[in-house]
Write a protein that binds this ligand. Structure first.
Ligand code: UDP
Ligand code: MG
Length: 137
C-alpha cells in the first residue's frame, strides 16, 4: 500500500472537473483517504513548490496556484504514486497520452488541472504539508 498527494488545481476547480478527476482515481480502485478544498496563499504555493524555486516558471506557477481554490487529497492503493501519475498524463498536455486527465482537460503546460506526487519521498513531504495524521482516514 502506498499513499500519494493529489491536487485539483485552480483551473480544474473553475472548469468543474473536481468530480471527474476523483472519479478517474476511484475507478481504478484507488481510495480517497483525505480530502479538502482550500485557497493557497502565495507563500503556501511557494512552500509547496519549493523544489522548483530556481526554475523560470516558479513565479507564474505560484501565482496560478494561489489564484483560486484547490482540492487537495490523499490517495491510497497499490502503486498509488505511479497510478495517479499515469492517470494525470504528461506535464505538458501536448505530450499527454489521449484519455489522460491532462490530455482531456488541460489548456497548457502551467494550467494542467492536476498535481500528483512524483515519488515516495515527495509524497512523504507533500501529504503532511496539507494533512495532519488525524485528518487521514
Ligand atoms: N510548469 C510550468 N512550466 C513548465 C513546467 C512545469 O508552468 O515548463 C508547472 C506545471 O503546472 C507543473 C508544475 O509546474 O505541473 C510542476 O512541474 P513538474 O515538472 O513537477 O510537473 P508535474 O510533476 O506536475 O508533472
Ligand atoms: Mg512534479
Amino acid at each position: 500500500m502506498e499513499r500519494t498527494l493529489s491536487i485539483v488545481k485552480p483551473d480544474g476547480v473553475s472548469k468543474n472537473v473536481i468530480g471527474e478527476v476523483i472519479r478517474r482515481f476511484e475507478s481504478t480502485g484507488l481510495k480517497i483517504r483525505a480530502l479538502k478544498m482550500l485557497r493557497l496563499s502565495k507563500d503556501d504555493a511557494k512552500g509547496f513548490y519549493i523544489v522548483h524555486k530556481e526554475r523560470p516558471f516558479y513565479e507564474d506557477l505560484t501565482d496560478f496556484m494561489s489564484s483560486g481554490p484547490v482540492v487537495v487529497m490523499v490517495i491510497e492503493g497499490e502503486n498509488a504514486i505511479s497510478k495517479v501519475r499515469e492517470l494525470m498524463g504528461a506535464t505538458n498536455p501536448k505530450n499527454a497520452v489521449p484519455g489522460t486527465i491532462r490530455a482531456d482537460f488541460a489548456s497548457d503546460v502551467e494550467k494542467n488541472i492536476v498535481h500528483g506526487s512524483d515519488s515516495s519521498e515527495s509524497a512523504s513531504t507533500e501529504i503532511p504539508y496539507f494533512f495532519s495524521a488525524m485528518e487521514i482516514c
